[in-house]
Design a protein around this ligand. Sequence first.
Ligand code: SF4
Ligand code: SF4
Length: 436
Amino acid sequence: MNPSFKGGIHINEHKDTAGCAIERMPAPSVVKISLAQHSGAPLRATVKAGDHVNIGQPIAESDASIWCPVHASVSGTVKAVERIADAGRAAPVEAVVIENDFLDTLDPSLTPPPSVDELTGEQIVERVRAAGIVGMGGAVFPSYAKIKNSTGKAKTLLVNAAECEPYITADHRLMLERPEEFLGGIDLLMRAMGVDNTIIAIEDNKKDAAALLREHMGERKNVEVRLLKTKYPQGEKSQIIYALTRREPTHGVRLADIGFVIFNAGTCAAIYRACTRGEALTERIVTVSGDCIGTPKNVLARIGTPIKEVIEFCGGLRETPKKVINGGPMMGAAQWNMEGVITKATSALLFLSDREEHRNALPPTCIRCGRCVAHCPMHLMPNYLAKLAQAKKYAECEDYHIGDCMECGTCSYVCPGHMEIIQYIRVAKGALRARR
Ligand code: SF4
Ligand code: SF4
């Protein structure tokens, strides 16, 4: 049996789009590019209404020590800098609104190198930074900073291709359709960080991708594909490490300190395109699924594409969804309304009825069954954390290692008392962050 971790859950995979080849969406007539697309403070716009922009042109900046540029994803005219809804944030965020001129004029600022093989580690880091690449699995940490922080410490590159959240198949399709980009990005990361070997971790519901990657491995002797048992949340970094090495995640230890660095599959491919073709991160693969969407698909969409246009491209809605989720159903963010847009973090858009989104009709009650404790992959006591958070005893939550909670939602999922444990935990974590 393929390795896994302790705890977790087996859930209906709903990978209905696994056989749907990536379809490029026509560019929309207007894009709204969020200035809050990396983990950190939002950027400030460097363009204003009336300016002309090209595809790949940087349109915002920051004085922060770690930040990531964003770029125009169409060529055309800036119409406004205005606030838009953002599924991942409590308040609206600033965005640059660009009217597409449909000329697809590329910006000359990002150019391919004369020879990829001669790029030094520093040059790779600079290209990754300039291309605005962030962790595309949802963490959106600037990739150039991760490469720099791990250089000299990490010995093994772990590539997270587990894609354990239900519905999402974007990385699966990427590996099947663009193996050269995916493996080429791994080569560049290994060179930049000087790591000795790479493990590509894939859940065993994607055996076709694992087989295809092994076929394309060529001369690579130090890159290995490892299948992991399909179980949620197998794609979390601590769970992958445990499955592969039997090392337990411990409080406050960083991956680089134990010799690992982890990158998501989509991020590897974006790094390849930035270093070989000079492409900025202006588009991404998004799984569009759920029982309310007309035709579930994997689409390649420009960053800033309005959700309404994605719906139209996927055959419209069969019925009004009860919930729209930006990301997976377990860790994704509920979309406030249909006014949102595709960002660098949008791995999926899910349109769910209440047949698929199991809502609770009864008042939530803890019946002390202990299921949340038994299933928590981080070996926490979610029931205690929820109780302490409810009572606003946030400092005591730290005694129960609330910082180790990766917000996977397993506890809420298994709770027969329908306790929204994860919501309480998020509130407590937010309060602790604000205090700090
Ligand atoms: S407490 Fe956190 S890590 Fe544990 S199951 Fe709940 S959400 Fe996941
Ligand atoms: S699973 Fe729910 S009902 Fe059971 S102990 Fe945890 S919080 Fe209480």
